[in-house]
Write a protein that binds this ligand. Structure first.
Ligand code: ADP
Ligand code: ASP
Ligand code: MG
Length: 422
């Protein structure tokens, strides 16, 4: 008998029929003798719908008062899901109980709409499990010290599930979703994408941080920190599939590099449409410029990603960086008001229609020429690279958004990701 955490995403919880199938699957696992904790997301489309209602009433504002209410609002989607799943399980003859984040409690910091989990009190859940109940805990939400409901950022139910699994030292955390595992790239964009049997933790972390939304990055961080065995698999297999087969399906995130692991140079391609480029033109090329620009941006709690500074000409240079698209207008305003006047820069421009495409792979560490192969492939497609950033195991380029799918497909082919790894 093991303690297992299941997480079901929005599509998996998308209708009462789907919720019934989830209940049947969970009941199967419980009847096989496992202690089950289930973390569902809101029904698909619900979080968007709720946030859309807020937008109708007043435009999104960065202020805390507005963000607090967004969390009150968005968290209700998951509350509906847990109650419906508990009811469906009871309909299957299983004893079950649901909890909102604040009831567990899942304690977070107070950063509304992007809170971080600080601790989870598992006492209540353990008592219920010992009494033979299936316990359902809301994904995506928690509570801060002052009792305010918080949410963990879009896609945050993955993080809730892994954090619960870590806190309870679960044997495994199974992330059920609408694809049957982690692919070499998003199979919706490249139908030839190949499912990976295993993916190394570092690669998964990089894929998630480069925009592959199949797992929220914080969930991967948690899994790494607490060594939570993590598997991504489909909720669309027949619910009564043999449990042994189900337990080995999908993609396992691994923490050790073992010899049997698929060792391609590039393991996957991630892309991200959520960024925007900001350029400050004609800044004097003197010490402290990067700090003056980016310090002001950081003080406004805006995260910066790719940064480039051009060579200087006549003592002036151009400075560009990317931010999340949601922060784009705010960044431009901030620079115009607070930074430009003191900087002697000529102009601030920007482009919200960019995307970032990244190739990721542990194998890049020991192979030279991987980045140049990427650049050659893009040039053969006539795609202009606006910015480049690299780390040991990834190379990212910023390009015009309209070429994103073309770039991803071409790179997938160039790195032979549609072919099984040797
Ligand atoms: P859920 O609602 O279950 O959390 P998400 O929509 O958040 O599901 O994540 C699953 C989706 O992630 C898939 O439908 C797929 O389109 C997308 N995706 C992006 N990159 C990948 C990848 N490398 N492998 C698998 N799926 C990916
Ligand atoms: N319901 C939340 C969202 O749509 C959390 C999640 O699905 O993981 O972002
Ligand atoms: Mg998700």
């Amino acid at each position: 008998m093991a303690l297992i955490v299941h997480k079901y995403g929005g599509t998996s919880m998308g209708s009462t029929e789907r919720i019934r199938l989830v209940a049947k699957r969970v009941a199967k696992w419980a009847r096989a003798g496992h202690q089950m904790v289930v973390v569902p997301s809101a029904m698909s489309g619900e979080t968007n719908r709720l946030l859309g209602l807020a937008k109708e009433l007043a435009p999104a504002k960065p202020g805390d008062a507005y963000q607090r209410e967004l969390d009150m609002l968005a968290s209700t989607g998951e509350q509906v899901s847990v109650a419906l799943l508990a009811i469906a399980l009871q309909g299957e003859g299983m004893e079950s109980v649901s909890y909102a984040g604040w009831q567990v409690p899942i304690l977070t910091n107070s950063a509304h709409t992007k809170a971080r989990i600080e601790s989870i009190d598992d006492q209540k859940v353990r008592v219920d499990l010992a009494a033979g109940k299936v316990v359902i805990v809301t994904g995506f939400q928690g509570v801060d010290e002052a009792g305010n409901i918080t949410t963990l950022g879009r896609g945050g139910s993955d993080t809730s599930a892994v954090a619960v699994a870590a806190a309870m030292k679960a044997s495994e955390c199974l992330i059920y979703t609408d694809v049957d595992g982690i692919y070499t790239t998003d199979p919706r964009v490249v139908p030839e994408a190949r499912r990976l049997q295993t993916v190394g933790f570092e690669e998964m972390l990089e894929m998630a941080s480069m925009g592959s939304k199949v797992l929220q990055i914080r969930s991967v961080e948690f899994a790494g920190k607490y060594k939570v065995p993590l598997r991504v698999l489909s909720s669309f297999t027949p619910w009564d599939i043999d449990i042994e087969i189900e337990a080995k399906s999908g993609t396992l995130i691994t923490f050790e590099e073992d010899e049997n692991m698929e060792q391609a140079i590039v393991s996957g391609i991630a892309f991200n449409r959520d960024e925007a480029k900001v350029s400050v033109l004609g800044v004097p090329d003197t010490p402290g410029i990067a700090y003056q620009i980016l310090g002001a941006v950081a003080d406004a709690n805006i995260e910066v990603d790719v940064i480039i500074q051009n060579v200087s000409k006549d003592g002036k240079t151009d400075f560009s960086f990317t931010v999340h698209r949601n922060d784009y207008a705010r960044t431009i305003d901030l620079l115009k008001e607070k930074v430009l006047p003191g900087l002697g820069a000529n102009e601030i421009t920007g482009d919200a229609k960019i995307c970032k495409v990244s190739i990721v792979g542990i194998g890049m560490r020991s192979h030279v020429g991987v980045a140049s192969k990427m650049f050659r492939c893009l040039s053969e497609e006539g795609i202009n690279i606006q910015m480049i950033s690299t780390s040991e195991i990834k190379t990212s380029v910023v390009i015009d958004e309209k070429y994103m799918e073309l770039a991803v497909r071409a790179l997938h082919k160039a790195f032979e990701l549609d072919q099984p790894a040797a």
